[in-house]
Design a protein around this ligand. Structure first.
Ligand SMILES: O=C(O)c1ccccc1N[C@@H]1O[C@H](COP(=O)(O)O)[C@@H](O)[C@H]1O
Length: 242
């Protein structure tokens, strides 16, 4: 178990632009320019990880694959790649970008046997995104219900899933603070590391998540708070440095 919280600045790409959404809802985009510029800015500020999302692939409205491959190839830091990875072809393409790991969402709900096979073949390179409203999982761009959090978590634990990325959909992009109880509950139901996502608005939020490292939280994804300059990445890294 790591002793210091890892931070993963997010670059979510829609129609070739870095955007932030509110509660993951299509149509709520605020644009923040070129994805590569954002990614390089986080790298230059000291990020060790980038959480890179193809929102068009997640929503089924297109693909930004070439751009994400280019961004990943130009970075020296680790990349967690997400969005639309749902079958052998999309998984092979995602891994071919050179990313450190991929994050599977919809597939874990709709194609459990395929995900079990991917976990068995690729181990630590596969994380599963548990994107929840209450304790109901959401897939297909967070537009469809896909099962109960703790049932799916138990299944994935049994299949050897290496890591979970837990997003409270109703906090994502809202700057209303992380759902600490959800994170505690997930940590209590697994011995795998958990990456927290959704709601971070302040350095105190990051310190609160860092307080859960001992329970199994390994990292935190930070999006809107960075883009809206609630704090700098340097300040965030300092806040969680222990
Ligand atoms: O990150 C978002 O804001 C987001 C909003 C709506 C849908 C998905 C979103 N993000 C990432 O996409 C994966 C799921 O993609 P898929 O279901 O595997 O195609 C999810 O885990 C988030 O990382």
């Amino acid at each position: 178990m790591k002793s210091r919280l890892e931070l993963l600045p997010a670059v979510d790409v829609r129609d070739g632009q870095a955007v932030r959404l509110v509660k993951g809802a299509s149509g709520t985009e605020t644009s923040f320019g070129e994805p590569l510029a954002a990614a390089l800015a986080w790298q230059n500020a000291g990020a060790e990880w980038l959480h890179l999302v193809d929102l068009d692939a997640a929503f089924g409205t297109g693909s930004n694959y070439e751009m994400l491959r280019d961004v990943t190839g130009r970075l020296d830091i680790k990349v967690e790649l997400s969005g639309g990875i749902r079958d052998d072809e999309s998984l092979a393409r995602a891994l071919a970008t050179g990313c450190t790991r991929v994050n599977l969402g919809t597939a874990a709900l709709e194609a459990p046997e395929w995900v079990a096979k991917a976990i068995a073949e690729h181990g630590d390179k596969i994380a599963v995104g548990l994107d929840v409203v209450g304790t109901t999982l959401r897939g297909r761009g967070w537009t469809r219900d896909g099962g109960q959090l703790f049932d799916v978590l138990q299944r994935l634990n049994d299949e050897g899933c290496a890591r979970y990325v837990v997003t409270d959909v109703n906090r994502d992009g809202t700057l209303t603070g992380p759902n600490l109880q959800l994170l505690r509950d997930v940590c209590a139901a697994t011995d795998r590391p958990v990456v927290a996502s959704g709601g971070v608005s302040s350095l105190d939020d990051l310190r609160a998540i860092a307080g859960l490292v001992g329970e199994g939280v390994e990292g935190a994804i930070v999006g809107k708070a960075l883009y809206e300059q609630k704090f700098t990445l340097e300040e965030a890294l300092e806040a969680v440095s222990g």
